[in-house]
Design a binder for this molecule. Structure first.
Ligand code: ADP
Length: 491
């Protein structure tokens, strides 16, 4: 047992050293006793506080609520209450307090004073406000995304890490019946009425965009047809991106489906038009070339007329070459490119191509060199391979400056034959190199320097090499030169 005097002292010390603000408040609201924590919380000395009532330290807007509770306690309606309210610090700051008040009553029930405990929750309150603001921001963003998700003209699909369909937008849901007329089970890779760009070959499971995305692949502009009926089917271009969590873990994939039927149909119409015009022009041109040849051989011509006829002949031959390029492109587009595979020799073919190009190279002041073994037998379409080398070599000369060098090398590498055409010419800009094999693509510098061309040469090279199951790559440094490498299976 502690003596009463000692107990009183201990209580006083407890009050003084409590980390929570404490006060005894009179029935008129005046502060009768305050501890150190309360003084620090409000930035006032003990003497100052003892001259004030709680009304004067309360934030004005919160006073009514406190007075109402205080009144109820005075009237004997409640014995205690709790309130979150604001106080004013002497430096002008608002201090948020968690206030608990208990009434101490006399024997007859009349209130004698109030015991108030005040916990400073300013920090906690600020955190809550920050959290609320952040939550509101996230919600706002979610709603914006939601609105975009359902308004865009692109089908959007979210696939979970297990390949299950988690969400799709309205647009995508509306188009699902075309590839999946019997319904979709909601998992990536389901086979449906989906065809490769030729419109005929059914797309295998591992090529399905959803399956590829579920396997972790990312891709852009993957094009194909959906729908079994050629009259109503639609072409799509699809891109996929992986979704990752903050630690790089895979959360799934997003796919965007853009319908491009009109575009593909327009390209088809253009291809058909180009093919039929080229075809129609070929017959009269062949006839003109035949008569031109006869005319050029005639000895009845004056020297001037003969020279002029040779110009006509040269241009007619150029026209013929252009037409045959266009026809070949047409065959590639509609999948009817046929190869006449036979035994041929890459070494001979390269030597002949270099020989044919030597006159143009000499005029352009580009040094040509060749490095090929005596023989490099291959089973391939010799005429088409010659076209590959001709196109690469003519580019090497065309895109070189006076004094530059161009070379052709060919060798056997295991089961493959490699042909490399290199030049020290103007090179290709890094943002163009991915496009050079595209149909009708012409580089910026080619256009600027007015170097003649149609943008078909490399497209033809790519198609012929692909038809031989080979590959062609380009490496270039602008201003320093370009190297094309063709790799063909020797068969
Ligand atoms: P074209 O030569 O008729 O323009 P190509 O399909 O042969 O068409 O080539 C496409 C483009 O690639 C050219 O316009 C040019 O910008 C670039 N290119 C091709 N070969 C070379 C080369 N050897 N050096 C620099 N640029 C080249």
């Amino acid at each position: 047992m502690v003596a009463p005097a000692e107990a009183a002292e201990l209580w006083r010390l407890t009050l003084q050293h409590s980390p929570i603000g404490q006060a005894l408040v009179g029935v008129d609201g005046r502060l009768l006793v305050v501890n150190r924590a309360l003084c620090e919380m409000l930035g006032r000395s003990e003497d100052e506080l003892l001259r004030l009532g709680f009304q004067e330290i309360t934030y004005p807007d919160d006073l009514d609520a406190d007075l109402a509770m205080f009144g109820q306690a005075l009237a004997g309606e409640v014995d205690s209450y709790r309130l979150h309210k604001r106080y004013v610090h002497t430096d002008g700051r608002v201090v948020w307090g968690d206030l608990s008040v208990a009434v101490v009553r006399a024997v007859d029930g009349a209130p004698r004073f109030f015991i108030s405990q005040l916990l400073d929750v300013t920090e906690q309150r600020a955190n809550e406000e920050r959290l609320e603001a952040a939550t509101a921001e996230v919600e706002r963003e979610r709603q914006t995304l939601e609105a975009i998700f359902d308004t865009v003209n692109v089908g959007l699909l979210l696939i979970g890490p297990d390949g299950r369909y988690e969400r799709m937008n309205k647009r995508h849901a509306e188009t699902m019946h075309l590839p999946f007329p019997a319904g979709h089970g909601g998992a990536a890779g389901q086979l449906g009425e989906v065809y490769l760009l030729d419109g005929r070959t059914p797309m295998p499971r591992e090529a399905m965009p959803s399956y590829r995305a579920a396997q972790g692949e990312e891709f852009d502009d993957y094009t194909y047809w959906v729908g079994g009926d050629p009259a109503t089917r639609a072409a799509y271009s699809t891109s996929a991106r992986q979704v990752r969590g903050p630690h790089g873990e895979r959360l799934g994939a997003v796919l965007a489906y853009q319908e491009i039927t009109d575009l593909i149909r327009a390209i088809e119409v253009k291809d058909e038009f180009v093919a039929s015009v080229s075809h129609e022009l070929r017959t009269p041109l062949t006839s003109m070339l035949g008569y031109l040849e006869l005319l050029c051989e005639s000895d009845e011509l004056t020297a001037g007329a003969a020279a002029q006829l040779r110009v006509v002949q040269r241009n007619a031959l150029r026209l013929q070459a252009l037409l045959s390029d266009l026809l070949l492109i047409g065959h590639v587009a509609d999948g009817t490119l046929e190869l006449r595979i036979g035994a041929t020799d890459v070494a001979t073919l390269v030597r002949e191509a270099v020989e044919t190009m030597s006159e143009s190279a000499r005029r352009a002041d580009v040094a040509l060199s060749t490095d090929v073994p005596d023989h490099l037998p291959i089973r391939a379409d010799g005429q088409r391979l010659r076209q590959v080398v001709d196109n690469l070599l003519s580019n090497a000369v065309k895109y070189s400056r006076s004094g530059d060098e161009a070379s052709v090398r060919a060798w056997r590498e295991g089961e493959a034959i490699v042909i490399e055409v290199a030049d020290t010419g103007i090179g290709i800009a890094s943002d163009e190199i991915d496009h050079i094999f595209g149909r009708f693509f012409r580089g910026g510098e080619a256009i600027e320097q007015q170097i003649t061309g149609t943008g078909l040469g490399l497209s033809i090279v790519g198609s012929i090499v692909a038809a031989h199951d080979g590959t062609v790559t380009a490496a270039s440094e602008q201003g320093r030169g370009t190297t094309f490498r063709v790799t063909l299976p020797a068969r």
